[in-house]
Each structure stands twice: as C-alpha cells, then as structure tokens.
Design a protein around this ligand. Sequence first.
Ligand code: ADP
Ligand code: MG
Length: 262
Amino acid sequence: MTDKKPLLEIKNLSVKVEENEIIKNLDFTVNAGEIHAIMGPNGSGKSTLCYALTGHPDYHITGGEVIYDGKNLLEMAVDERAKAGMFLAFQYPVEVPGVTLQNFLRTAYNARHAGNGDGQSNKINVLKFWGYLKEKLKMLDIPESFANRYLNDGFSGGEKKRAEILQMAVLEPQVALLDETDSGLDIDALKSVADGVNKLMNENMAVVLITHYQRLLNYIKPHFVHIMSDGNIIKTGGPELALELEDKGYSWITGDKVKAEA
Ligand code: ADP
Ligand code: MG
C-alpha cells in the first residue's frame, strides 16, 4: 500500500446560514478508500456541512478552506463540483413528475461525463445509456421497470433511497455524501441500500455517511465514526464509537458542554 490519497480536506471551515454560524472551525479529512460516518444530534450541522460542500447558495462560507482532490473546492461552481465527482444524496429527495428516472439519470450522467473530452459531442445516446443503466440495475437488483417510473413520484421512502443509490451507481462519484440515507427505512430497505453502497464502494472513492442511528452501521462498516455537535466534530473513533453511542446516547459526550452552559 502506498500513502493514502486525500480526496476531501476541510480545514478550519466555518459556515453561516442566515445570521447564524452553524459550522464552526471544522477540520475533517477523507482519504480514498475510506468510509466515514458522521453522527450527532439533530441540528448539529450535519446537513449544513453537505449543502455547503455542494455549493448551495443559502450556505455561506465565512472561513477556512476545502481541498477536493487537490483543487480548491470553494472556487468551483456547483456544476463543476458535480462534474468533478462530488455527489450528494439529499435527506429529502425532490419529486419530479413527468421526468422518468431513466431520463433524469441520463441527463445527470451527461452533465457529469460529457465535455471531458471533445466538448459536448461525447454525450451518451439513449440506447447506449440504457445498456449502461441495465448493468447498474442488475448489479443493484433493481427491476428494469423501476427506471421508467417518474422520478420520486409516488415512491415509497425505500424506493426514493434506492433511486439515490442507483444515481450514485450511474454517476460513479469520487466522494459520495449520503445524508440520512437510512431515515424512514424498514429493515429490508435499509439492507438493500447498504448492500448497494457496499457494492459501489472502491479504493478510488470515499463515502461520507451521515446518520442519526447506529443501525445502518451494522451493514456498512465505516473506518471512522465522528460525532458532530454544535457545528464541530467533538469526537472521532472507530465503529465501536457508534455502538457506544447507541448504548449511552449523545449526552455522555455533549453533556459536559450542556453543564458548562447551565
Ligand atoms: P443536522 O443535519 O445535524 O440535523 P442541520 O445542518 O440541518 O443539522 O441544521 C443545523 C442548524 O442550522 C439548525 O439550527 C438549523 O435550524 C439551521 N439551519 C439549517 N439550514 C437552515 C436554513 N436553510 N435556514 C435557516 N436555518 C438553517
Ligand atoms: Mg440533517
């Protein structure tokens, strides 16, 4: 094994939403081949971090830097970030009636991959894309008919999440941020999402799993578990940290701070 390749280096990052500083001097590094879990109570800034990294206009970076695969991420436009392989699976996926999943995925695929060679001419055509998509569907055990449904329209919670994992499979991201991909899933749906992530994971990419509950981590083994509270990572450990949290709740870590404020 050679040295680890950093894909995402967050240094001293601060992020403001409206007038409030939500992320406070955060340091966080993710290397290729690693799965990181970020856990923490509601409102600690986990989703804010994701939105800030993907360049959402409501989230203002007030300090620090983010190096993505050696480049200054904060100077990259939103579409450049996606093109460079940054992927965010939203906590609350949107519904787009009238657009089939297949069409949506092809557009997203072209946005990510076209133009890397000779301009826009290397867009994939419908037939070729269907061939590519069929392999991804097969790998993830998703029936072909699923790709012809309208995006998220009438999808169950589990189907929305599967659609996201399928999107991840199609886009082949370098860094995948999965924000509460497990929320609202029953155990079978949870297993199938976890199974998908495990199949897609490889040495050249990294996954950041944001989760409120330990149970997803029974199926996706993270290399590191971080606890976020009040806009910062206050503890980092291995998978055992997640088990400890499940056992004791968050207060044993965040508790001394609450006491200090009281
Ligand atoms: P988590 O994902 O850890 O539950 P969030 O990042 O969603 O936490 O929220 C962190 C804090 O930022 C909360 O206090 C929330 O109210 C605030 N916040 C997040 N997004 C917005 C927004 N768009 N407008 C106003 N406040 C926001
Ligand atoms: Mg959140």
